[in-house]
Design a protein around this ligand. Structure first.
Ligand SMILES: *Cc1c(COP(=O)(O)O)cnc(C)c1O
Length: 220
């Protein structure tokens, strides 16, 4: 199937209010252009150099999202244009993004990444670490970052119950902190959950932004 047909297929099952981020990492610019021509405007990349190279070559109305593990020495390359950074996994990283965003004269939207999956190697705050960080309150002084929501990955398993439980844990926590720390802050609104193999479960649990690569572009 073509990229356009794949996009149609994913879009056709998405409820209103759930947006599709096309994860284009490791795919050539031509593949992104094909998706662009089929109306796709949100693209996600996981490596800074690849993101900046593609951004330079493609139309300027694309929303570029960074979904990988961000090294502090590379923040400066994406801060001028990035639309949303999904993988903030420490206060220190948030503070670093703030520093470069201030220099660039921007407020950069960021998602706090939660670790809820069983895999041990994945990045992210535990729920209790994230809660402590928010209670501590220092993040409120970081005026050049906007905490816009949460991002998470579920365990890479077949068991739909396990996957749904993990996504539900994240969306329960999202509601908790929306009340406790972001009440009256409409910019805290994104729940980035769901990939090619599990996005229907994520959508059921309240995802607002799914990150789909393989189902659109094929294997990497
Ligand atoms: C690669 C990646 C995706 C897309 O995964 P697919 O299985 O190809 O849909 C989503 N989120 C993150 C964080 C990724 O690194």
């Amino acid at each position: 199937m073509s990229i356009a047909a794949n996009l149609d297929q994913v879009r056709s099952v998405l409820p209103e209010g759930v947006r599709l981020l096309a994860v284009s990492k490791f795919h050539p610019v031509e593949a992104l252009r094909e998706a662009y021509d089929a109306g796709q405007r949100l693209f996600g990349e996981s490596r800074v150099q690849e993101l900046t190279e593609k951004q330079a070559l493609l139309p300027k109305d694309i929303e570029w999202h960074f979904i990988g593990h961000l090294q502090t020495n590379k923040i400066k390359y994406i801060v001028p244009f990035v639309h949303l950074i999904h993988g903030i996994d420490s206060f220190r990283l948030l503070a670093e993004v703030h520093k470069y965003a201030a220099r660039a004269g921007r407020v950069v939207p960021c998602l706090l990444q939660l670790h809820v999956a069983r895999e041990e190697t994945k990045f992210g705050f535990s729920i209790s670490e994230c809660r402590s960080m928010l209670e501590e309150g220092e993040w409120k002084s970081l005026r050049n970052v906007q905490i816009a929501g949460l991002m998470a990955m579920a365990s890479h398993v077949e068991d739909p119950h396990q996957i749904s439980t993990e996504f539900r844990t994240v969306s329960d926590f999202f509601r908790e902190i929306k009340t406790s720390h972001f009440a009256g802050d409409p910019a805290f609104c994104e729940l980035s959950m769901g990939m090619s193999h599990d996005f229907p479960h994520a959508v059921e649990q309240g995802s607002t932004l799914i990150r789909v690569g393989t189902m659109i572009f094929g294997d990497r």
